[in-house]
Design a protein around this ligand. Structure first.
Ligand code: NGQ
Ligand code: ZN
Length: 467
C-alpha cells in the first residue's frame, strides 16, 4: 500500500506538456526519490492511479542572477536625488542599505523573495552573494553565516540554488583600495575559498544545491587574484560555475580601456579560458567583435532586462548575438520585478523600440519570439546554474509549471500561441497556477505553502530596515 502511494506521488500526467521538441499531448512524467526525472513519455494513455496536471505543463525557468538583499529596497530609489541620478548614485544608496542588513533580516528577505520567485515560475536561482561580513568588516563567528542563511532560505522555500560566494577585493580598476562602504564585501581569494569550504561542509551539494564562485567584476579583482580564485575552485570543485559582472556601464568600459588597455569582455576572453562554465552578467556594452567572440566562447550572457532598464545601463545587441548562436539566460538581479515573462518581453521590446520593427528576436526556424526566447533562456539559464535543470527530459530535475488554460491571456488559443500569451500578455493575475520543484508541488493554485508566514516575517524585517 505504501509503495502504491509512493509510486503515485512520483508521476504526473499532463494532457499538454512543452517538451524539448515542442508541445506534446498526453505526457507521463515520472521521477525518482531525489526529485530527478526518470522518464518523459508523450502519446501515452493516462494510467488509472496517476494524478493529472490541472493545465498545460512547461519547464520551470532558472533565474541566473540574484542579489537577495536588494529585494527589500525595490521601489525605494525611484526619486531624483541630484541632477545626474545614475547607476553610481543608485549604488551609493544600495550600499547604505547593504550596511543595515542583519543575518535575521537577510534570512527573512531571502525567504520571501524565493517564494515570490517560485510563484512567478522561477524554479532555480543563482545567488551572487557578496554581503559577507559585519558592518565594520569583521567576520561573523561563522564566516559563512550570511551565505548559509541564504542557502537555508532557498532550501526552506523549495527553490533550487547555485550559491556563488563573491570575491570582492578592490574598490576599482588598478587594484584601488576598497571604499569604507564596501567593507562588508571584502575578501582575498583564500578567505573566499575558505568560506566556500565551510559552507560546503555545513550545507552539502545535492540535486537542489550547487556551488560556484563569482568574481564580482573586473573592477573588484585583479588578473592575479582571479587566477588564484579559479585555481582554488578547480582544486575543490572542478568545472563549477563562474559568474562575473562584466560590462554594465560605459564608465567601467572606459576605465578598463584606460587602465588595462582593453574593453572588459575582450580583456577577459584574451586572458582566461572562457567557456560554458562562465556566465557574463550584464554583457551590455560589447562591440561587434566582442559580440561574436562571446557567442563563440559558449559562455552564457546573463541578461537582467528589468534591472538594466531600471538602472539605465543600456541595450545589449541581442539580435546580432542570437544570430551568432550566442547563449543567454535571464536574471531578476535587483528584483525591481520578479517575473521571467517580463524579462523576456523587455528583451524583445528593447529591440523593437530601437529598430522600429516587430518580432525581431524570432528566426526563420523559430518564428514565434516567445517560444524562441523561452527555449534559449531555459537552456542558457540551466547551463549557468551548473545543475541539471534543462527542461522536461530524463536526468533533469522534476521542475515545472502548470499553466491555467482558462486564463484570459491563453484561453481558446491553439497551443502554438500559449507561450506568446504567457510572455507578451499582461492581463491580471499570473497564468502560472502550480509550481513543482524536485517533483514536489510547492505552489498550488498560485499560493506557496509558506507564503503567509514568510510575508509576515519579511514585513517585520523590512520595517526594521526602514526605521
Ligand atoms: C551589485 N548591481 O553588485 O549589486 C551591482 C552594483 C557594482 C548591479 N550591477 C554594484 N546591477 O556593480 O559595483
Ligand atoms: Zn548583479
Amino acid at each position: 500500500m505504501t509503495q502504491v502511494t509512493k509510486q503515485a506521488s512520483q508521476s504526473l500526467f499532463a494532457e499538454h506538456a512543452y517538451l524539448p521538441d515542442g508541445w506534446r499531448r498526453q505526457v507521463l512524467l515520472q521521477w525518482d526519490a531525489q526529485g530527478v526525472l526518470t522518464s518523459v513519455t508523450p502519446d501515452t494513455a493516462a494510467p488509472a492511479d496517476v494524478a493529472k496536471a490541472a493545465g498545460p505543463v512547461v519547464p520551470g525557468m532558472p533565474n541566473l542572477h540574484s542579489h537577495a538583499f536588494q529585494r527589500a529596497m525595490a521601489g525605494l530609489t525611484e526619486y531624483r536625488a541630484n541632477a545626474t541620478d545614475n547607476f553610481w548614485s543608485w549604488r551609493d544608496l544600495m550600499y547604505r542599505f547593504a550596511a543595515r542588513i542583519t543575518p535575521e533580516g537577510l534570512a527573512a528577505i531571502a525567504q520571501w523573495l524565493y517564494i515570490e520567485m517560485l510563484k512567478a515560475g522561477y524554479t532555480s536561482v543563482c545567488e551572487f552573494h557578496y554581503v559577507h561580513h559585519m558592518p565594520d568588516g569583521s567576520r561573523y563567528g561563522n564566516a559563512a553565516e550570511l551565505a548559509q542563511r541564504v542557502v537555508d532560505a532557498a532550501q526552506a522555500s523549495g527553490i533550487g540554488m547555485t550559491m556563488l560566494p563573491v570575491l570582492y577585493q578592490f574598490g576599482g580598476f588598478g587594484a584601488r583600495a576598497p571604499r569604507e562602504d564596501q567593507r562588508r564585501f571584502i575578501n582575498t581569494p583564500d578567505s573566499l575559498l575558505e568560506m566556500l569550504n565551510t559552507l560546503r561542509g555545513a550545507r552539502p551539494e545535492s540535486s537542489a544545491l550547487r556551488y560556484g564562485v563569482a568574481p564580482h567584476s573586473l573592477r573588484a579583482v585583479s588578473q592575479q587574484s582571479l587566477r588564484t580564485l579559479l585555481e582554488g575552485l578547480d582544486a575543490d570543485l572542478p568545472g563549477a560555475p563562474v559568474h562575473i559582472h562584466i560590462a554594465e556601464q560605459t564608465a567601467e568600459v572606459d576605465a578598463c580601456l584606460e587602465t588595462e588597455g582593453a574593453r572588459p569582455v575582450q580583456w577577459l576572453l584574451d586572458r582566461f579560458h572562457v567557456d560554458g562554465r562562465w556566465c557574463l552578467v550584464h554583457a551590455t556594452h560589447v562591440n561587434a567583435e566582442e559580440t561574436l567572440a562571446l557567442a563563440r566562447s559558449g559562455a552564457i550572457a546573463g541578461l537582467c532586462l528589468t534591472t538594466e532598464a531600471n538602472l539605465g545601463d543600456g541595450i545589449f545587441p541581442a539580435q546580432e548575438y542570437l544570430d551568432a548562436q550566442g547563449r543567454f539566460g535571464i536574471g531578476s538581479d535587483s528584483h525591481i520585478g520578479v517575473d521571467w515573462r517580463a524579462e523576456l518581453r523587455l528583451l524583445e521590446y528593447g529591440q523593437r523600440l530601437v529598430r522600429r520593427q516587430r518580432n525581431v528576436l524570432a528566426s526563420t526556424d523559430a518564428t514565434h519570439v516567445a517560444d524562441r526566447l523561452f527555449d534559449a533562456a531555459l537552456d542558457g539559464g540551466a547551463r549557468a546554474t551548473g545543475r541539471a535543470v534543462n527542461g522536461l527530459r530524463p536526468g533533469q530535475r522534476a521542475d515545472w509549471l502548470v499553466l491555467d488554460a482558462d486564463h484570459s491571456s491563453i484561453a481558446e488559443h491553439a497551443s502554438d500561441a500559449w507561450l506568446s500569451g504567457v510572455v507578451f500578455c499582461e492581463h491580471g493575475e499570473t497564468p502560472i497556477r502550480d509550481v513543482y520543484t524536485g517533483g514536489t508541488k510547492v505552489v498550488s493554485e498560485r499560493k506557496h505553502r509558506d507564503e503567509e508566514r514568510a510575508y509576515a516575517q519579511y514585513r517585520v524585517a523590512l520595517a526594521g530596515l526602514l526605521k
